[in-house]
Ligand binder design. Structure first.
Ligand code: KET
Length: 405
């Protein structure tokens, strides 16, 4: 039969989701999925926050609640509270009415809406992302019509920040270029700049008139504290200049599948903010008309109520503390086995991931012989580990490192 669509070529696989699916299809009862950045319970099960369950219950009991269309920019309270979460309680930019926030489809949708807007209205189409970065960044920005380049970020030798390279590359970027900065808990490296380094980054960004686009997908996951994890962004906003911020509630509220996040754009003046808002709404209208209601209602319920907010921060800290103890246990298990190499980066790195340093061959062997799955760059999601699975992971790392250099 003749197919009109027969000339379509197969697309390359998503590097994160393809290993995720390979794990799903592995029949082994002892398989371990450390691929995607999702937090699992100590029992290795998907984890729904208590406070999220409570908020859902409250919504279900509220008969005044309905399912009408939201406005194009989403729930008004959600937007106000999301701007407050990232910019702080007494942000001058908010008081001066030069901040606009749009409820979008999680972090990815927020990045995409921002990218579409920039592709249409920003004079400079070049966007710099860190090397390495989250694998979907280049897709999102290329699809929107921006031209993606990399700035140096990670030094595999030191397993730390290549700060000199970073400053050199941003210093050489064309004026007006967009720069993607991961706000905290950098994915995949787990390496963040210090606050002094952030200040130097800010200076170079501003002196070159670069436009910062923050990807804030892990607020709370670096330090366990919502406000300290927002500090880098707030340093940029405090200088009065412009930036974009994509915020995700996927990880910090465990609302992965609800697809809830926000795009905040900080402008120089109220007048600019109004024009920007009108153009972003045009982008939104053509892409999906209005955002979904349920996830945003959950987030709003929690952020609005001081008791629930407090309970959320306690649960969030609990997740972060469990991740920290998994790092420690894994490090100690490798030490105890005398696994060749220095593994201290496992306890030094920040956030949900550890960039183990395992190479692709070793990663493939981990999957084939040990049924342990991670991304090919050697990244493991520490949130997917438990005290029960750490010894098995350490045994497997020990075995592959000893077998393949
Ligand atoms: N930014 C970063 C840095 C990021 O790691 C993710 C997700 C997102 C944005 C988007 O998340 P959203 O669910 O759209 O709010 N990262 C994980 C998910 C994946 O790629 O499958 C991950 O790296 O595992």
């Amino acid at each position: 039969m003749n197919s009109i669509l027969s000339s379509v070529l197969p697309a390359p696989e998503d590097p994160i989701l393809s290993v995720y699916y390979a794990c799903r299809d592995d029949p082994s009862p002892v398989k371990l999925n450390l691929t995607a950045g999702t937090y699992q319970s100590e029992e290795g099960k998907p984890h729904v926050l208590e406070v999220v369950r409570r908020a859902e219950q409250q919504l279900a009991n509220d008969l005044s609640w309905n399912k009408e269309y939201l406005p194009l920019n989403g729930l008004a309270d959600f937007n106000k509270l999301s701007a407050k979460l990232i910019l702080g309680d007494d942000s001058l930019a908010v008081k001066e009415n030069r901040v606009v926030t749009f409820q979008c489809l999680s972090g990815t949708g927020s990045l995409r809406v921002g990218a579409e807007f920039l592709a249409q209205h920003h004079q400079q189409r070049v966007i710099f992302v860190p090397n390495p970065t989250w694998g979907n960044h280049p897709n999102i920005f290329n699809m929107a019509g921006l031209s993606v380049e990399h700035y140096r970020y990670y030094d595999p030798e030191t397993r730390g920040l290549d700060f000199k390279g970073l400053l050199e590359d941003l210093g050489a970027a064309p004026s007006g270029a967009i720069v993607v900065l991961q706000a905290c808990a950098h994915n995949p490296t787990g390496v963040d700049p210090t606050f002094e380094q952030w200040e130097k980054i800010r200076k170079i960004v501003r002196s070159k008139s670069l436009l910062p686009f923050f990807d804030n997908a892990y607020q709370g996951f670096a330090s366990g504290d919502i406000d300290s994890d927002a500090q880098a962004v707030r340093m940029f906003v405090a200088d009065g200049d412009e930036c974009l911020i994509a915020l995700s509630y996927g990880k910090n509220m465990g609302l992965y599948g609800e697809r809830v996040g926000s795009l905040t754009i900080v402008c120089k003046s109220e007048d600019v903010a109004k024009k920007v808002e009108s153009q972003v709404l045009l982008v939104v209208r053509a892409m999906y008309l209005t955002p979904p209601i349920h996830g945003a209602a959950i987030v709003t319920t929690i952020l609005k109520n001081s008791d629930m907010y407090k309970d959320w921060t306690i649960e969030l800290k609990g997740m972060v503390d469990r991740i920290l103890s998994m790092r420690q246990e894994l490090y100690e298990a490798l030490q105890a086995r005398g696994t060749p190499g220095d593994w201290s980066h496992i306890i030094k790195q920040i956030g949900m991931f550890s960039f183990t340093g395992l190479n692709e061959k070793q990663v493939r062997l981990m999957a084939k012989e040990h049924h342990i799955y991670m991304t090919y760059d050697g990244r493991i999601s520490i949130g997917g580990l438990s005290s029960k699975t750490v010894p098995r992971l350490a045994d497997a790392i020990h075995a592959v490192v000893t077998r393949i250099a």
